[in-house]
Design a protein around this ligand. Structure first.
Ligand SMILES: [Zn+2]
Length: 228
């Protein structure tokens, strides 16, 4: 019986290495591709070729435009990345963000030569890197920038029961340890989704309001009508 269980485990490992399904439409996809070809094309058509938006003077770089019409598609896409998944998923998205950023760089831009500090949105703290950290780590790795997971969540307990105004005024992020922060760096705050930008605003405050600060995310989802 033991050998049968062993065989089953090995077989399922082998199977998961050969057959993958698209997290959005469940079509079979090859092992090198995260989304199936159809979904990948659908997503590609919704990619930004410019800064997603600028909020309070902070430029926001996002790969995908999450609109009301495609809500279900992007909801499934984002949900499938939650918690991290296989780390290899995030490398192509990190590469695409870097390519987009390079294309948007103006020739006289002052950040040229400025060291980058990649700061992920803090995870729930279960020990392993989660989705935002995985994306941030890959961006840092590909661009040879410094990866600094220096933020932590604080006082999350009763968030849901508080009013929006209370949530905004409450401190939600704090610094982990005493990182060496300098105004010389370009700070890149990395998260999976930007909606109101409130998490990034807390991050900016925690990092000492650095003069060079950008937000990079996979999805830009401005507040949608009829959705919370
Ligand atoms: Zn698909």
């Amino acid at each position: 019986m033991e050998s049968l269980a062993n065989f089953n485990t090995q077989f399922s490992h082998w199977l998961s290495g050969c057959v993958r399904v698209c997290p959005i439409c469940y079509a079979k996809t090859d092992t090198t591709r995260y989304l199936c070809l159809t979904c990948e094309r659908f997503a590609k058509l919704r990619q930004y070729k410019q800064w997603a938006r600028v909020q309070d003077g902070t430029p926001i770089l996002s790969l995908y435009k999450w609109t009301e019409r495609e809500h279900e598609f992007f909801r499934l896409f984002a949900a499938s990345l939650k918690g991290g998944g296989p780390p290899s998923i995030f490398e192509p998205y990190a590469a695409e963000l870097l390519t987009l950023r390079a294309e948007l760089r103006k020739p006289i831009e002052k950040t040229i030569g400025r060291p980058w500090l990649i700061v992920p949105a803090p995870s729930s703290g279960h020990g392993h890197r989660d989705h935002a950290e995985e994306l941030a780590w890959n961006i840092a790795d590909l661009s040879r920038a410094t990866y600094l997971p220096c933020l932590k969540r604080v006082g999350l307990g009763a968030q849901k029961t508080k009013s929006l105004a209370q949530r905004w005024s409450a401190q939600r992020l704090g610094l982990r340890g005493t990182p060496r922060l300098s105004a010389e760096f370009l700070y890149i705050f990395v998260d999976d989704i930007v909606t109101t930008g409130s998490t990034a605003a807390y991050a900016y405050k925690c990092l000492g309001k650095p003069p060079h600060f950008e937000i990079w995310t996979l999805f830009n989802r401005p507040r949608l009508r009829g959705l919370r």
